[in-house]
Design a protein around this ligand. Structure first.
Ligand code: SF4
Ligand code: SF4
Length: 450
């Protein structure tokens, strides 16, 4: 039996898809091609001088077992939380570590938090990455995503980083990319790196909408070029007969692109394994994402229920509307850790300004943050090239500043900072945490269909 389909991708809610792609089923059925497994076998063969004693089948089953357990824990997290209300760490390790290999991005999408909160133009250094990987291997962290707030393909070592992760036995390694720099050379490197999943972000089913939603920061970004990049990547994968990476593409649904869902599917359904539409989330952009009649329905609900403000909502592609009810313990604080380019650790992927730091993995990175942010902010103020579209960004007003010492992932996972957050969530005090108060993350609410 396989698991139910995963419907949350990095905090965004999937609201429609056009064909059934079961990632977990695929991962299990193709574990023999997973680079974490094949690398382990190669190493054992070398060590044992190519003897045939290696128990390949047992090792393969072990990898499958680890993957299944990880996915079961991921899916059952809310039940596990409810049954262990006062426990600090439900698991000895995070199920996923998100590593910001690049905090720079070459686009300036109007719906992106990067246009409203200052984000440094940096890439992660290899030394810090290797340090993280060492602990990821010791803990047997099953999954990592090699991006958070930036474009991972802008880190020139990204294919090397992926290889290192796979050689450290991470079963599921993925990246989200805007594909602007995915030329043939880079495609080949990525296809040979052992990556398990590549997720393309492509907003719009027409040239007009895409180019409005995804403008370039340093040069014009065009629909045709990015479409070709993605298409060529998929064709090269086919030509090389690669099983991995799984390809996925997602479009954020706005009022404009609501009418382009079919176009979007038509563009990509034959090329890509998994084509999905995700819910627009307010990140400062204040864009229209719903139709007038949906807005009216929400306003009527607000009036009928004497609410001061509109609730958060989810508007599915078929028009179904859900509104948020009371808060619930958020699963992210038990699932994952986020590591910024300079080793600051965050508790979830919704803290776009990396304001609520819960620890540091690198002593040199402790003090670099303010300087790196200021550098970008000053460039926007002096209207430097590449910063014009970032004119609305603000410096975050305040940061959580934990004890300024270098720690390990384990120390942070089991430490006081995260415990304080978990205690507040468990005791219905989620709104006392600034960053959680206005968060729109789906799994931190109960929902009601209206
Ligand atoms: S490509 Fe992604 S990270 Fe870059 S601006 Fe657009 S949404 Fe933000
Ligand atoms: S509720 Fe808090 S911990 Fe959960 S995703 Fe939102 S900001 Fe993060």
């Amino acid at each position: 039996m396989y698991f139910k389909d995963q419907n949350i991708s990095q905090g965004s809610s999937q609201v429609a898809k056009n064909k059934v792609f079961q990632k977990e089923k695929f991962m299990l059925e193709n574990m023999e091609f997973n680079r974490a497994y094949t690398h382990k076998i190669e190493l054992l063969k070398l060590k044992n001088n190519c003897s045939s004693d290696i128990k390949e089948k047992e090792i393969l089953e072990e990898f499958k077992k680890r993957y299944k357990k990880y996915r079961e824990d991921w899916h059952n997290i809310n039940d596990i939380i409810s049954n262990n209300k006062n426990s600090n760490t439900l698991f000895q390790k995070p199920l996923c570590v998100d590593i910001e290999t690049a905090s720079i991005c070459d686009l300036a999408c109007p719906h992106c938090f990067r246009e409203y909160i200052v984000t440094p133009d940096k890439i992660m250094k290899e030394g810090l990455y290797l340090k993280i990987m060492k602990e990821v291997k010791e803990l047997q962290v099953p999954s990592i995503k090699l991006n958070w707030r930036g474009e991972p393909l802008l880190n020139p070592a990204i294919d090397k980083f992926i290889k290192i992760a796979k050689e450290n036995e991470v079963i599921d390694v993925s990246i989200n990319t805007n594909a602007t720099t995915l030329n043939e050379e880079k495609s080949l490197k990525i296809l040979n790196s052992g990556l398990d999943q590549i997720i393309f972000s492509f907003d719009g089913g027409t040239k007009e909408t895409y180019e409005k939603m995804r403008p370039g920061r340093f040069k014009k970004n065009t629909f045709n070029k990015i479409y070709e990049n993605i298409r060529n990547f998929c064709l090269l994968k086919k030509k090389l007969k690669k099983v991995f990476p799984i390809t996925k593409i997602q479009m954020v649904m706005t009022k404009n692109s609501r009418n382009e869902v079919k176009n979007f599917y038509d563009l990509f359904s034959d090329l890509i394994d998994d084509v999905v539409i995700t819910q627009y989330q307010e990140r400062g952009g204040n864009m229209d994402d719903i139709l007038d009649e949906q807005k009216k329905k929400l306003n009527d609900y607000k009036d009928q229920n004497n609410l001061k403000e509109l609730n958060h909502y989810i508007a599915k592609a078929d028009g179904e509307l859900l509104v948020s009810k009371e808060r619930r313990t958020c699963d992210q604080i038990y699932q994952r850790l986020m590591v910024t380019y300079n080793g600051h650790v965050g508790m979830c992927c919704h803290d776009w300004g990396a304001k609520h730091c819960i620890g540091y993995l690198d002593k040199d990175g402790i003090s670099s943050n303010d300087k790196d942010l200021k550098q970008v902010y000053d460039k926007t103020q002096s209207k430097q090239k590449g910063f014009e579209l970032l004119k609305n960004i603000k410096m975050p007003e305040k940061f959580n500043k934990p004890n300024p010492i270098e720690s390990t992932l384990t120390q942070i996972w089991t430490g006081e900072e995260l415990k304080k957050i978990r205690d507040k969530h468990a005791n219905d005090k989620i709104n006392e945490i600034d960053i959680c108060k206005n968060c729109t993350y789906k799994n931190s609410y109960h929902w009601k269909k209206i």
